[in-house]
Design a protein. Sequence first.
Length: 243
Amino acid sequence: MITLHSTTARMVMNYSTQPIYTFTLTEVVAVSRTQSDLDALKKEHAKIQPLCLDVGNWEVTKNALKGVGPIDLLVNNAGIMDTKEYGTYTEQDLDRTFNINVKAIVNIGQMIASDMKARGKGGAIVNVSSALGFAVVATYGVYCASKGAVDQITRGMAVEYGPYGIRVNSINPTVVRTRMAEKEGLLDKNNEFANNIIGRTPLRRFADPQDVVNPIMFLLSDKAAMITGITVPVDGGLSVNYV
């Protein structure tokens, strides 16, 4: 059985397209820019505290989170994916991707980790990166760069906050069967690109949301008390298969 620090643990998770959750904590604060997602989550888990905001807005996020706490656990899961070729990106494209995929993780992560440090009780943070943090696929270049940045942020925070008992790790999933993947056409059985990925994946499938939940819960738990600063592929073996 995995326990999360204590029965009074309080956690913040943020996401942008689909909730990823299976929690038995006393309190969970769910952050999303989509009110309908939060409403659906609240119906299933009445104790969840919903917070609707755009984490890509630095100051709005800081002000909103000032009233939330103390926080023991954090899952940074918000992210967007734009597909374009180099030569066509605009400054707005880069700002949009990096504001949510990178800057929000720094903003929220350092704010909550600093509070953990001040309270002297430690804590755990999991950043949701991507298998594309390890590799590059054409037309996903800026997205790949943003996820590579997430992995380096994870390592940096692990080094700086480790002495205070705060663990920071990231997971790197393959395509997950969410609305984002569906919107990108990656769940279409006739999608040649998606089929190529599945064909190169030893387990021959994309991840289900629960496949992502399980390692997150482990990394947040006391079972992972000696693990920090790592990036965990959740990709069915894709990252080790170069055939």
